[in-house]
Design a protein around this ligand. Structure first.
Ligand SMILES: N[C@@H](CCC(=O)N[C@@H](CS)C(=O)NCC(=O)O)C(=O)O
Length: 218
């Protein structure tokens, strides 16, 4: 059955792999599933056809036969539960890997995204620097906790799992920041994720969209 995901027609991250279709592409590459991509403009994302798939007018979405899904965490869990390679066989280890999926999207991602939201939406406000200090304090707390748990392990709980895929995808939003550089083991963790062939295939596929748009002069 054909899998179709949606992605930005013209991603604001300019092909850096930060849009959330990237994590879905990565999961599909890890389990070896072919997929098609439907590119959507910002305008199309807010129109009824797309809102029927994604009630908040966002990407990514996932369609497979009669199933339509939204929320990148739910999409990756769906893929991981149905195809070998992203969740351990042992029931307890599997449950723990799923806990890391939730930790990535519900504990780590909100504080990290808050920094981007502050910069884009409040960056010119007189109180921005003070707000940023609070945001970064909350991020540092979470990065510190994650860093302590990871320690010198390669992955969060034994072998690479969908939990690592989501966590690394979330941490990548801070790639190159001084804040992330305070945690060398997290930087190494991200680099291990990026070194995976499946990550690289996914990265190149989403970057090809940006390159095509650039070549078209848009
Ligand atoms: N929690 C959602 C977040 C989706 C999301 O924020 N998507 C962004 C792109 S990475 C988007 O579509 N932004 C445009 C908008 O919100 O209008 C998920 O993980 O799928």
């Amino acid at each position: 059955m054909t899998i179709t995901i949606t992605a930005f027609e013209n991603s604001p991250d300019r092909g850096r792999g930060l849009a959330r279709d990237m994590r879905v592409r990565w999961a599909l590459e890890e389990v070896g599933l072919p997929y098609e991509v439907r590119l959507v403009s910002f305008k199309e994302m807010k129109q009824p056809a797309h809102l029927a798939l994604q009630p908040f007018g966002q990407i990514p979405t996932y369609e497979e036969g009669g199933l339509a899904l939204f929320e990148s965490g739910a999409i990756i869990l769906h893929i991981a539960e149905r195809h070998p390679g992203l969740l351990p066989d042992d029931a307890n280890a599997r449950a723990r890997a799923i806990a890391w999926i939730f930790a990535a999207v519900s504990t780590m991602e909100p504080v990290i995204v808050d920094r981007e939201t502050a910069r884009f939406e409040e960056g010119t406000e007189s109180w921005y620097d003070e707000r940023l200090a609070h945001v970064e304090r909350r991020i540092r707390k979470r990065l510190g906790e994650l860093s302590r748990r990871l320690g010198d392990a390669d992955w969060l709980d034994g072998t690479f799992s969908a939990g690592d895929l989501l966590m690394i995808s979330v941490l990548l939003r801070m790639e190159g920041s001084a804040l992330l550089a305070e945690y060398p083991n997290l930087c190494g963790y991200i680099a291990r994720g990026q070194a995976r062939p499946a990550y690289q295939r996914a990265f190149e596929a989403q970057r090809a969209v940006f390159l095509a748009v650039s070549a078209g002069g848009q």
